[in-house]
Write a protein that binds this ligand. Structure first.
Ligand SMILES: Nc1ncnc2c1ncn2[C@@H]1O[C@H](COP(=O)(O)OP(=O)(O)OP(=O)(O)O)[C@@H](O)[C@H]1O
Length: 327
């Protein structure tokens, strides 16, 4: 495996007719990173991933992997592999033959490809089911097979398009841990497209937030969450209020707001929503200028000082938690 398997996107652009789906984005994915491309529907995440994989042509710019411009190479010659959302397994082939399919296409002898397939199936803990057909597998098992099939080509970068979206919430959390384990064990880069903030926070070393065909912010997961640069990122990552004050926009984490009696905080607001969330209660109040502000209270605190809809409350925060936004 090449040592410097950084993946660099240079002014990468995708146009579909008059639609600019990806607008001259630039980013360097460090070798061995777990990166999540995160953003709302239509922001250009899948187009970016498909261009990296070679399943979509590049309109402008380039994709450089391990120092080599791969922008116009066929998918199988790039050093990348893609795992699709619907897994795209062949129904008539056994698990083992699905996994070894690309080796068969490459003209590799059956004993070698079976051996490699079995190694991959061991990696994803599917050794017991190698002779089954895809329709005899659960969703989570099908996903493991799809993973093994993508990994058998020994890619430097694994591309995953919404890999967990077809699973139920319980399985999604389990597979999340599996993906992270695999990525650590293999030491290759994973680039994972998702529109789930919690998924990105749970998995990613690095989060790249896209909005409207551009990269809005990229950085370590904690930084993107704690230091959003723009109101869009603060709102999209969730858990923040964006407050328009005379000195400009600020982001305030909902769990760093304190609820006080009216006129005992920095601003007052009228309670317009009370949502029980198990460990916490989310209290939403409308403050001056019609802005909504949410404060997350511990449920025990809420029980001690319950609030009612329509009640006027005070909201307070420390200076250090007010985070200025650039836009
Ligand atoms: N084959 C296509 N032809 C024309 N327009 C397309 C095509 N594929 C995508 N688009 C448009 O390009 C933009 C970006 O689409 P893309 O699928 O990359 O977004 P996305 O962020 O992955 O969205 P989602 O989360 O909904 O999958 C959208 O406006 C979409 O309508």
């Amino acid at each position: 495996m090449t040592r410097h398997a950084d993946l660099e996107l240079v002014a990468l652009t995708k146009r579909y007719g008059g639609t600019v789906a990806v607008d001259a984005i630039a980013h360097r994915f460090k070798a061995g990173v777990y990166a999540c491309l995160l953003g709302p529907s239509g922001c250009g995440k899948s187009s970016t991933l498909r261009m990296i994989a070679g399943h979509e042509t590049v309109s402008d710019g380039s994709i450089v992997l391990a120092g080599r411009d791969v922008s116009h190479l066929p998918p199988a010659r790039r050093g990348t592999a893609m795992m699709f959302q619907n897994y795209a397994l062949f129904p008539h082939l056994s698990v083992r033959d699905n996994v070894s399919f690309s080796l068969r296409m490459a003209g590799i002898e059956k004993p070698t490809r079976d051996k490699r397939a079995d190694e991959m199936l061991e990696l994803v803990e599917m050794t017991a089911l190698t002779d089954r057909k895809p329709d005899q597998l659960s969703g989570g098992q099908q996903q493991r097979v799809a993973l093994a099939r993508a990994l058998i080509t020994r890619p430097q970068v694994l591309l995953l398009d919404e890999p967990l979206s077809a699973l139920d919430p319980f399985l999604r959390i389990r597979m999340r841990a599996e993906l992270k384990r695999l990525q650590r064990e293999l030491g290759i880069s994973f680039i994972h497209v998702t529109h789930g903030q919690d998924e990105a926070l749970a998995l990613a070393d690095e989060i790249i937030v896209m909005n409207d065909a551009r990269i809005e912010q990229a950085g370590p997961a904690r930084d993107v969450f704690n230091r959003p640069k723009t109101a869009f990122v603060a709102r999209f990552m969730g858990g923040h209020n964006v407050l328009n004050l005379p000195q400009g926009n600020i982001a305030l984490r909902t769990d760093e707001m304190t609820v006080t009696a009216a006129q005992a905080g920095r601003i007052d607001g009228r309670v317009i929503g009370i949502e029980y969330q198990g460990t916490h209660v989310a209290l939403t109040a409308e403050v001056a200028g019609g802005q909504d502000v949410t404060a997350l209270m511990l449920d025990t605190d809420f029980l001690q000082t319950p609030k009612d809809l329509g009640e006027v409350i005070g909201l307070d925060w420390e200076d250090r938690v007010a985070h200025p936004l650039s836009a």
